[in-house]
Structure formats: structure tokens, C-alpha cells
Design a protein around this ligand. Structure first.
Ligand code: ADP
Ligand code: ZN
Length: 713
């Protein structure tokens, strides 16, 4: 008797769709195949083994090396109403005994255990567990079993015998870092049986990469931190001394920053870590000693004050940002001087290693200096090709300027300046162009023909284009106290000779773009955060385990008012709704009342759909695979069959390509149907797909409606 993975996903975890390869992996495990999963940090590895265990009767054994992480996972499951316990050497034997009896009595769904505990005493525990109905064995951080990996742990080697003891049980090995050699080593050492391999893209789409010259790095850091109050971040430095010193500087400036490095007492280190995890300090200034075993999901930025030694380290450290999937930033300060210092530190070590280490350092330097997409460079280092030319979310990609034909815009701006007799500043000209009703606009100006011809552009757009027209000498700013706009040397040709003008696409501000979390009501967000902190104290867990920031942001943006609305919010499963829902609803209802607002729940479905299909222009490998089969002429049913995925999943994959204009709408929707779907969508705007479907009737499928919805806008 097994349950549907989608139902578990939404009822227990409160999520509405699987990410990346999750669904495929879960299907394969439910099929009793062994699996090897390579997925980056934050990719969602846990669900890959948690969902299948919950689909079936019996218990899942999860092998994990770090006590802190085990506790995290067990807490998270417990909060979602799932019976989970861990066993490790930090517990008394009474405690351990109790856990074991629960397992044997079939009262646990998950048992987390460290490899040394599992294999101790000649594998006594293994034999004990054979009396339980083990439905899955998961080996987390599986690279620890390989000497090729960077984190070899001898106790993992003992796990070799495990498969022989449980030949019928599916095994799943998971890791975020494994090259081909390590992967083969994992398979061999765990005795996996013809495992399916799932290699996800290592692209962290929600991390925005920036590299700045190191000159004045402190000042640049302060500027960077200015709009980040209350956000969590890690600032890495090379030396312990500079970690201490920088933390002190930040404290002096009123920033909640604490240092962390291997030279501190273990109590002080534990204290820093605790406070960080509980959102009591914002920033940890640390050497690379910090970060292992920290699962904090709402780290919004990671800064490297000094050049890291290699790309593996840089990727791992920056990867601690944005596990919750929200936009996050990675900022690195780069100088050739740093590279020299690191080079000197490497030189003189054992000759064989020296050349390897120098090679890695050179790659790191190249990353710092490249004008190419940082993401592409990073992924190429790990042997992955990034399919797009422009990632839209690194400093280099945003810096590239694109031009477009801006003749009409230029004509409007220039004739406005002319009509205003070259006597007004930029702001006035913009207000005039946009037809502002402000008192500042002189009465007689509102009669001019040019008044209001630039309504279609925002203030910001106008100010960018006018700056650009100035840069290109179509306009100029008069010197003197009041910088009024005048026609520049090239301007007249535009006004009288139809000269064409190329304008630059508006450059996005590299540092502030991605961190915009689009929180509609910041004050409510703060209230919900405080309430979350209180609940976390009561439950003795970290705040992000009660709800991630993402959940709070959805609450603030959609303003659910009914208990059932909560189930549509990401992260609200049934248990959390029942336990914490009322408290959150009360705060939201009050806020809505006091501010005369309305719920936006009507939007949630629509937004989620268009977001999930066109969130990024970047396609995942599983989407691409479906797309390729479709282009080869396979029907949707056939693709679903071949890939053992549901028809709905395949349709969603294809809709993604419709949304990003790589597939024509007619691939999924008959041309004759498009208009009526469009009409139904217009009529039911904001009410969700079901409302549109209701009008259209059974001749129209959800996929067709969704495809039309996604193809628009
Ligand atoms: P990993 O172990 O690969 O680093 P986790 O399993 O900790 O990643 O997942 C990272 C975060 O993403 C967690 O907060 C998790 O709850 C969330 N998450 C995972 N899968 C999904 C999903 N399908 N939808 C929404 N959130 C998800
Ligand atoms: Zn890029």
C-alpha cells in the first residue's frame, strides 16, 4: 500500500511542486532501485529520501555524519508531524534504548544515525534493525566514503557491509560534491546495485555573483551592507586577526556582527553559531572554519574579503547563501596582490601538490578577472556547460550593454526640451513628458503638444534614457547652479533630419537587483518574524525551522485570512497549519483591518503558475530532456511513459518552453481554442485556473489553459 508522492509533498511539507529531479528520484526509489544523487546544496536532497519513506509503511534509516545536521532534520520532520529520532554517541544509553524500542515497535518513520554508531560493536545495531521493517537506507554526504573526496571519513568505509545485510532494501546515496571518480568510488564502496545516477545542474540560480576590485574594500563592504539590516550574512576573511578586527569595526558601526575562527574557544564558537542560527546576530565574520554543518536557510549574502584558494572552496562557501530559494548575493573582492600572497603560501609545499594547488589558484584568479559570465565560468570549472549566453544575474552579464532603436524616445525628449525653451532641469522635463498633474508644472506648459507624450515610460526609465542622451551629446546639461537641459551638438539632426538614435538598454544595478525580495508590507513581515522567533523559543528549534523566510514573505504578499488559505502557502502542511496557523492569521487579520487592505489570495494560483513556468529563463535538465523528446516527435503520453513521469509533469515541462518563447503555443493548444481560453481567462482574472476551466468545460484541459496563461505576458 503506497501513497502518492504529490499528496505527501503537499500535505506533510506544504509544497506544491517537486523541484528539478526530485520526482524522478522518488519514483526510482519507490521502484526499489538503488540511486546515486548529485545535487547542489539547497537543491532539495532531503525530500528525495523523505518522501518515499513516507509513501510506504516501514522505517527509513538515514546515515548522516554530523550531529548538528541530524538534529536539524529530525526537528524539521517533527514539526511537520512526522515521527523521527536520531541515535548518536552524544546520547545516554537509556536514551538510545528508548529510541531503539520505538523503532522496533514500528513507531518511527525515520531513524537518523551516524556511521560510527551504526557499525559499532560488530554491527550489532544493524542486526537489531533487521527486525524492523526498513523501507529505505539513505547515505547522506556520501562523498565521505571516498578517499578522492575532500572529506574522507574512515568510519564510512564500514558501511560496505550494509548492502549485504539489507539486499532487498533500496539504497540512496546523496552528495553535493563528487566528481566522476568520487561518484564511482561511492557506488563501489556502498555496493550499490546498478544504481540510477541523477546528476543535477550545479547552477545556483538564485545566487547573484559579483566581483569587485579590492581597492577600498572595507568602504565598499559598508556600502553593500547599508540596505541589509536584519538580513543574515557571512563575511569570510583569510586571517583570524582580520576576522576579529572587521567584526569589531562592524559592531562599532552598529551592525550585529560576531567573529568566528578556529583560534577561539569552543564555547565562544558555539555561542556565535547559536546566535547566528537563531537570528540574534546578523553577520558572522569568519575564516573558512565556519559553515560546515550549518543548515541555516535564510543566509542572504556571502562576502569574500580576500581571494579564496580555489573554486571548490568559493563555490561551497557562496553556496551557503539562499538555501531557501530566495534571491541571495555572493560578493567577492579581488586583487592580484592576494593571488601573490596565496602563491607564496603554496610554494614550498611538497612538489607534487604544489603544482595542483597552483593550478587551482590560477583558475580562481581567472574567475576573478574574467569578463565572461561568472556563472558560466564557475560551472565550466565543474565540467558543466551553462546553456545561456547571459545569465542575467552576475555582474558581467548585467554590465554588457545592449542597444536598441531609441529614435522615438529621443525625439520626444528633445522636442520637450525645445518646447520648454531649454530652460528646465531633468526632473521637470520628465514630469512634463509624463504629463504629471503636479502643481509644479506651469499651467501654460500643460497646453503644449509634447505634454504627456512620454506617459508610457517610468520616471526611472526616462532618467536613464536622458542620461544616455546626454552621454551621447544629443542633450547637454548647462553648467552653473541650476543644471538645465539643453539641446546638444547632435540634437538638431534628430529633430529636423530624422537622424536615428541608438539607446542603451537600462543597466540593472548589479548590487541591488537580486536582493530585492519583493516584500509588500515590511512592517507586517517584521511582526511575523517576531512571532516566529517566539514559536521557535517554545519549540526549542531555530526560527527557520518553524517557517522559512519564503513562507513569511508569501504570507505578507498574499494576506491569507482563512485557515484553508494557509494550505496554499508554501511551507504550510496540515500539521503546521493546525499548530501555528491561528497565531499567524490573527496577526494578518489585524494588519489587514488596520490598513484597510484585502486578501490577495485570488492571485496566488495565477502567480505561482506563471512563476513556476517562467521563473527563470534557465531550463533544468529534466525539462530539456522532455523538450528534446517532444522535438523528436514523441507524443506527450509517450514521453511520460518513457520517462516514468506523470503526463502533467511533462506538460509542465513543455509549458516552460512556451513561456520562454522556445516552443510555439500551438504545440500544446489547438489554434481554434486559443481565443476562447483567452476570453475565459480574462473573465476570471485572479480566480485561478479552475474558474476558467469551469467556463470552458470538459473539452478544454488544464494544461491547455495553463499554456495560454503562460504564453501571455
Ligand atoms: P540540500 O540538502 O540539498 O542542501 P534541502 O533538502 O535542505 O537541500 O532543501 C533546501 C530547502 O529547500 C529546504 O528548506 C527545503 O524545505 C526546500 N525544498 C526542497 N524541495 C522543495 C520543493 N519541492 N518545493 C519547495 N521547497 C523545497
Ligand atoms: Zn552571468
Amino acid at each position: 500500500m503506497s501513497q502518492d508522492p504529490h499528496a505527501i509533498l503537499s500535505n506533510v511539507f506544504g509544497y506544491n511542486s517537486f523541484r528539478g529531479d526530485q520526482e524522478l528520484i522518488i519514483k526510482s526509489v519507490l521502484n526499489n532501485d538503488d540511486a546515486l544523487v548529485l545535487m547542489p546544496t539547497g537543491g532539495g536532497k532531503s525530500l528525495c529520501y523523505q518522501v518515499p519513506v513516507l509513501c510506504k509503511s516501514g522505517i527509513g534509516i538515514i546515515i548522516s555524519p554530523l550531529i548538528a545536521l541530524m538534529k536539524d532534520q529530525v526537528d524539521a520532520l517533527r514539526l511537520n508531524g512526522v515521527e523521527a529520532k536520531y541515535l548518536n554517541s552524544s546520547q545516554s544509553s537509556d536514551e538510545q534504548q528508548e529510541v531503539l524500542s520505538l523503532a522496533k515497535a514500528g513507531k518511527l518513520k525515520f531513524l537518523y544515525v551516524s556511521p560510527e554508531r551504526l557499525m559499532a560493536n560488530d554491527g550489532w545495531l544493524v542486526d537489531y534493525l533487521k527486525q524492523c521493517e526498513v523501507n529505505l537506507i539513505a547515505v547522506d554526504e556520501a562523498h565521505c566514503i571516498s578517499q578522492w573526496g575532500h572529506d574522507f571519513r574512515p568510519e564510512y568505509r564500514k558501511l560496505r557491509r550494509l548492502k549485504l545485510k539489507f539486499p532487498e532494501v533500496p539504497f540512496i546515496a546523496l552528495t553535493a560534491t563528487a566528481d566522476k571518480k568520487t561518484a564511482d568510488d561511492i557506488v563501489r564502496n556502498l555496493n550499490l546495485e546498478e544504481p540510477k545516477r541523477f546528476v543535477s545542474s550545479f547552477n545556483r540560480a538564485n545566487i547573484f555573483y559579483t566581483v569587485l576590485p579590492k581597492k577600498d574594500s572595507r568602504q565598499k563592504l559598508y556600502d553593500f551592507l547599508k540596505d541589509k539590516k536584519g538580513q543574515s550574512g557571512i563575511v569570510y576573511t583569510l586571517s583570524r586577526k582580520s576576522a576579529e578586527e572587521l567584526a569589531q569595526r562592524l559592531i562599532d558601526m552598529g551592525v550585529m556582527a560576531w567573529p568566528y575562527h578556529a583560534g577561539m574557544s569552543s564555547e565562544r564558537r558555539a555561542q556565535t553559531q547559536d546566535r547566528f542560527i537563531n537570528d540574534q546576530i546578523d553577520i558572522v565574520v569568519a575564516t573558512i572554519a565556519f559553515g560546515m554543518g550549518i543548515d541555516k536557510s535564510n543566509v542572504r549574502f556571502v562576502v569574500h574579503m580576500d581571494l579564496p584558494k580555489n573554486i571548490e572552496g568559493y563555490y561551497q562557501e557562496t553556496g551557503r547563501a539562499g538555501r531557501d530559494g530566495l534571491n541571495s548575493e555572493a560578493l567577492m573582492f579581488f586583487s592580484r596582490g592576494d593571488a601573490m600572497i596565496l602563491r607564496q603560501m603554496i610554494e614550498g609545499v611538497d612538489e607534487k601538490y604544489e603544482s595542483i594547488l597552483l593550478g587551482k589558484l590560477n583558475k580562481m584568479v581567472a574567475f576573478g578577472e574574467t569578463r565572461q559570465c561568472r556563472r558560466k565560468t564557475l560551472l565550466a570549472y565543474f565540467g558543466e556547460e551553462f546553456p545561456e549566453d547571459n545569465c542575467q544575474s552576475c555582474d558581467n552579464c548585467l554590465r554588457q550593454v545592449d542597444f536598441f532603436d531609441g529614435t522615438v524616445i529621443a525625439q520626444k525628449a528633445l522636442s520637450a526640451v525645445m518646447r520648454l525653451k531649454q530652460n528646465f532641469g531633468i526632473n521637470y522635463v520628465i514630469d512634463f513628458l509624463r504629463g504629471s498633474k503636479s502643481q509644479k508644472i506651469k499651467e501654460e506648459h500643460t497646453w503644449l503638444k509634447t505634454y504627456g507624450v512620454g506617459k508610457d515610460l517610468s520616471k526611472n526609465e526616462w532618467s536613464n534614457y536622458i542620461r544616455n542622451l546626454i552621454d551621447q551629446n544629443y542633450l547637454k546639461l548647462a553648467d552653473g547652479k541650476y543644471p538645465v537641459l539643453k539641446i546638444g551638438v547632435k540634437g538638431l539632426a534628430v529633430l529636423y533630419d530624422d537622424a536615428k538614435v541608438q539607446l542603451e538598454q537600462i543597466p540593472k544595478d548589479a548590487l541591488s537587483k537580486k536582493i530585492d525580495l519583493s516584500i509588500k508590507h515590511e512592517d507586517l513581515f517584521e511582526m511575523l518574524k517576531r512571532f516566529r522567533l517566539k514559536l521557535a523559543g517554545q519549540e526549542r528549534v531555530a526560527p527557520y525551522q518553524i517557517f522559512s523566510d519564503k513562507t513569511l514573505i508569501e504570507l505578507v504578499n498574499y494576506l491569507p485570512l482563512q485557515s484553508d488559505d494557509l494550505l496554499k502557502i508554501s511551507g504550510f502542511g496540515h500539521i503546521k497549519r493546525n499548530r501555528y496557523g491561528d497565531g499567524f492569521l490573527k496577526l494578518i487579520r489585524n494588519y489587514v483591518k488596520q490598513n484597510n487592505l484585502e486578501s490577495n489570495m485570488g492571485d496566488i494560483l495565477m502567480r505561482k503558475i506563471s512563476k513556476s513556468t517562467k521563473d527563470s529563463n534557465i531550463s533544468s535538465s529534466t525539462q530539456i530532456e522532455s523538450f528534446n523528446l517532444f522535438k523528436e516527435g514523441f507524443k506527450i503520453d509517450e514521453i511520460a511513459e518513457r520517462r516514468s513521469l506523470s503526463k502533467m509533469t511533462i506538460e509542465n515541462h513543455l509549458i516552460h518552453f512556451i513561456a520562454i518563447n522556445k516552443l510555439d503555443l500551438s504545440a500544446l493548444v489547438d489554434a481554434s481554442k486559443i481565443d476562447s481560453i483567452q476570453e475565459a481567462l480574462n473573465k476570471t482574472k485572479g480566480l485561478g485556473l479552475a474558474a476558467a476551466k469551469n467556463i470552458l468545460g470538459s473539452d478544454y484541459s488544464y494544461a491547455e489553459i495553463k499554456a495560454v496563461l503562460s504564453s501571455k505576458s
